[in-house]
Each structure stands twice: as structure tokens, then as C-alpha cells.
Design a protein around this ligand. Structure first.
Ligand code: FES
Ligand code: FE2
Length: 441
């Protein structure tokens, strides 16, 4: 799929009134962690979401409000306000608002009818799975809240990293659905022994890049589903001229892409559910939600992801700080024994996102067969923009039960259809459209 400059703009811009902004606003999106607002009446937080400046606060009852940051009276930031008596009060003239935007008090204006007639711009919120979620779309199209498997586990079995990167969301979404980079960019995690050419599968049960076979040119098959699309990436060791030995089983990584920006990454003992949340056109918050059936070791995951160096990322502000002024955090000496010279999997991904520039120029690229899923992401997003413009819902917006959606690695015996191995999306598959690896349009 050739992308024109106009299409690239349409794909990447998420502000109010833009086609993709309208798509993004049709889904519930996480915007912060529950722990960012740790208790009732705590300090409010400034939020940037889809190019809008918002303020989030937790009222005395524990409910989370999400309002336009600038006070509706004369436009001072409510993030400086007092949070008290089930509302947030602007410091300037004391106007006070409830979590739903109701005007509770206007001390410098005594007309009660004014209060009753007006409302501060506010958005719907929901709290689940250790995260705060918002819906910014039209009020007559509120989709059901989505249920994910990670919501149902105890807090000890789940950990979340939020990484704020200075680049457009789409280059991160594309990367997340791109299977062929995994075995190359993440060589040290995916193919331990690559340097000595002695492939040894990773023994780390939380390692999302671990592959059981060495094969860097996966053959992809994919199909559209009700929630987005799903693909399988086939790998087999010792292929000759890229041809599969049809008498042997293939290794398969099955991957569902959930509209509009959500992916799942399998590791033996945990599942990563990853949300790319556009804060504005050139800033993206990636939420890595990692859960399992046992308590998860946050420290271990932090090292694996490469988020353990406070120069480049910290729990304080979640800002990813590798950029050209600090050499992207790359250790060139280390590259003698390490593929990237970068600290870990998420760090490597983030650098690839940022190093493509704030908004990647897609008019000059050269897609190959392995990029079929990247092309499909674009096609579905552009399709959703057309659907929303025509007055329909965006694909997958009403797909609420996501508890079964998971990526997984499996072996496919000769003659077996990979679709028969998928435990989710059975009805969606029937309407599916199948593409093969040869087509990237
Ligand atoms: S600007 Fe907020 S009350 Fe006046
Ligand atoms: Fe990656």
C-alpha cells in the first residue's frame, strides 16, 4: 500500500475535528494509572489526550473527574485548584466543579440560574485494572466498556509501565504489529547466541521476544475480524531458499490486533497487553499492562524492558528521555557483543519510534511481504475514519469482551489450519477476509 502525503496526514493527526481524531474518540482509552490519583481529594494531574489539555482529579467520594484544564470562567488552569467537598475549585475566583462538570459554586456571581444552565466541559471516565480510562466521543455513541483479562487478576498479578515518547502514535502501533523486527532488533532477547551463531532459546519466562526457532523472515497470513485483524507469523528453522519443509511442523506466533491501537504480546508466564495512546500528534503514551496467574516481578520486567536506567525513564514522570542530544542512549562499545547497544526491549522499540522522526514520512518507504500487517493497520484505520465520517461506528468499538484475546506461540502440524487453533473470535473469523504474505495492499 503506497501512502500519499494526504493519507499520512489523515492517519497521523488526532486532534479535535480530524478524521483519525474522530476514530480515536470512539473508544475507551486509558489516560493514567489509578495510582496517579492515589486518594480522594489528592493533587490533580494534567492530562494531554488527543491534543486536548485536561485535568483529572479524584473527588471526596473517590470518583475521578476529567475536565478541560482551563477553567470555563476565564481560562486559568484548574490543575492548580483546590480539590475539596466533592469537587475541584479554581483558585482564581473560586468556581467549583463536580466530577461530571456540574457547576457547584460561583462565588463571584450570585445568579443561581447561571449555575444550573451551564456545565464545565467534562468527559466520561471509568476506573478498572489499575488504570483510569476516558471516552471523548459523542455522547449518543458511548461504547460499552471493554473487559480485559488483566482487569480480573489481583493487583499483585499485574504491573503497568507507562512510557511517554516524543513521536506520533502510528509508528509505534505499526512497530507493535510488525513481527519481523522482533528477531532482529531484539536479537539479544529473541535469539540469544546470535553473535556466536549458536541459537539457544531464551529461558526467561517473562521475555516477550523469546522465539523457539531462529527464522527472521516469518511468513505472514492475516485476516480481518470484528475487533480488528489477526495474523499468524510462521517460522521454521533451516528453511532452504525461504521455503517451508511441508513435512515438518511450523512455529506460529498468533497475534490479534484490537482497534484502534492495542496489541498483545505473549511470554510463557505473562501476557503483555499494550495500548498506544496518542497524547497529541507527536507524543504517545504506551501503556504496557503485564499480567499472569502468579504475582509478577516488576523489577525483573523493568530490566527486561530496559526501563531501569533513571537517566532515560523513571516512574516519576514516565518520560522517555533518549533522543539525539544524548545519542539515543546507545552504547556503541557494547555493540561488539550486543545487537543494539540499547538497554532492553521497550527501550529498543521506543528508540525505533523516536528515531523515525516526530511523524514518519510514509511516502518514501518500500514495503515488503513481511510488512503485510503494517499495511493492514493503516487500511483498517483509514477504513474506520471513513466509517465514522459516514455516521457509523468505528470497527471494534462495540467489541466489549476482550478477555479471550491473547497472542500466543504454538506449533502447527503439517496440514492443520492455524485458525482452528485460535480460541477466540470464532464468529468474527467467519466474516474474515484472508490475505496472504504476497500481498501488502
Ligand atoms: S478563572 Fe476560574 S474561577 Fe475565574
Ligand atoms: Fe519490538
Amino acid at each position: 500500500m503506497m501512502v500519499t502525503a494526504a493519507e499520512n496526514k489523515k492517519l497521523c493527526e488526532v486532534g479535535s475535528g480530524t478524521p483519525m481524531g474522530a476514530v480515536m474518540r470512539r473508544y475507551w482509552m486509558p489516560f493514567a494509572l489509578s495510582s496517579d490519583l492515589p486518594e480522594p481529594d489528592c493533587r490533580p494531574i494534567r492530562i494531554r489526550l488527543f491534543g486536548e489539555n485536561l485535568v483529572a482529579f479524584r473527588n471526596s467520594d473517590g470518583q475521578v473527574g476529567l475536565l478541560e484544564e482551563m477553567c470555563m470562567h476565564r481560562g486559568v488552569s484548574l490543575a492548580l485548584g483546590r480539590v475539596e467537598d466533592n469537587g475541584i475549585r479554581c483558585l482564581y475566583h473560586g468556581w467549583k466543579f463536580g466530577a461530571d462538570g456540574t457547576i457547584q459554586e460561583t462565588p463571584n456571581h450570585c445568579d443561581a440560574r447561571f449555575k444550573a444552565r451551564m456545565k464545565a466541559p467534562a468527559y466520561k471516565t471509568h476506573e478498572a485494572g489499575g488504570m483510569l480510562w476516558a471516552y471523548l466521543g459523542p455522547q449518543d455513541r458511548v461504547p460499552p466498556f471493554r473487559h480485559f483479562a488483566f482487569i480480573d487478576v489481583p493487583d499483585s498479578h499485574r504491573t503497568i509501565f507507562r512510557v511517554v515518547q516524543r513521536c506520533n502514535y502510528l509508528q509505534l502501533v505499526e512497530q507493535g504489529s510488525d513481527s519481523s523486527h522482533v528477531g532482529i532488533l531484539h536479537s539479544d532477547n529473541a535469539r540469544p547466541g546470535w553473535l556466536e551463531k549458536t541459537f539457544t532459546p531464551s529461558a526467561d519466562t517473562m521475555n516477550p521476544a523469546a522465539f523457539a526457532v531462529e527464522d527472521n523472515a516469518p511468513a505472514m497470513e492475516l485476516e480481518d475480524t470484528e475487533y480488528g485483524f489477526q495474523y499468524v507469523a510462521f517460522r521454521q528453522s533451516d528453511r532452504v531458499d525461504g521455503k517451508f519443509d511441508e513435512t515438518r511442523e511450523r512455529h506460529a506466533r498468533v497475534y490479534p490486533f484490537l482497534m484502534p491501537t492495542i496489541r498483545f504480546i505473549p511470554a510463557p508466564k505473562v501476557l503483555f497487553t499494550v495500548f498506544e495512546v496518542p497524547m497529541d500528534d507527536t507524543t504517545t503514551a504506551t501503556f504496557f499492562v503485564i499480567h499472569g496467574e502468579q504475582p509478577v516481578d516488576r523489577g525483573h520486567l523493568k530490566r527486561l524492558l530496559g526501563l531501569n536506567d533513571p537517566r532515560y525513564w523513571s516512574d516519576e514522570d514516565n518520560e522517555f528521555r533518549a533522543n539525539w542530544s544524548n545519542g539515543m542512549g546507545q552504547d556503541r562499545d557494547k555493540m561488539k557483543v550486543h545487537w543494539t547497544g540499547l538497554p532492553g526491549v521497550a527501550f529498543e522499540d521506543a528508540v525505533m519510534g523516536v528515531a523515525a522522526g516526530s511523524i514518519a514520512d510514509r511516502t518514501r518507504e518500500h514495503l515488503v511481504a513481511a510488512d503485510v500487517s503494517v499495511a493492514r493497520v493503516r487500511k483498517l484505520l483509514l477504513g474506520a475514519a471513513d466509517d465514522v465520517a459516514a455516521g457509523h461506528d468505528a470497527r471494534g468499538a462495540n467489541y466489549a469482551d476482550c478477555t479471550d484475546l491473547a497472542a500466543f506461540d504454538t506449533l502447527v502440524a503439517p496440514g492443520v489450519d492455524w485458525r482452528s487453533l485460535i480460541p477466540f473470535g470464532a464468529t468474527a473469523r467467519q466474516q474474515g477476509e484472508v490475505a496472504n504474505a504476497a500481498s501488502v495492499d
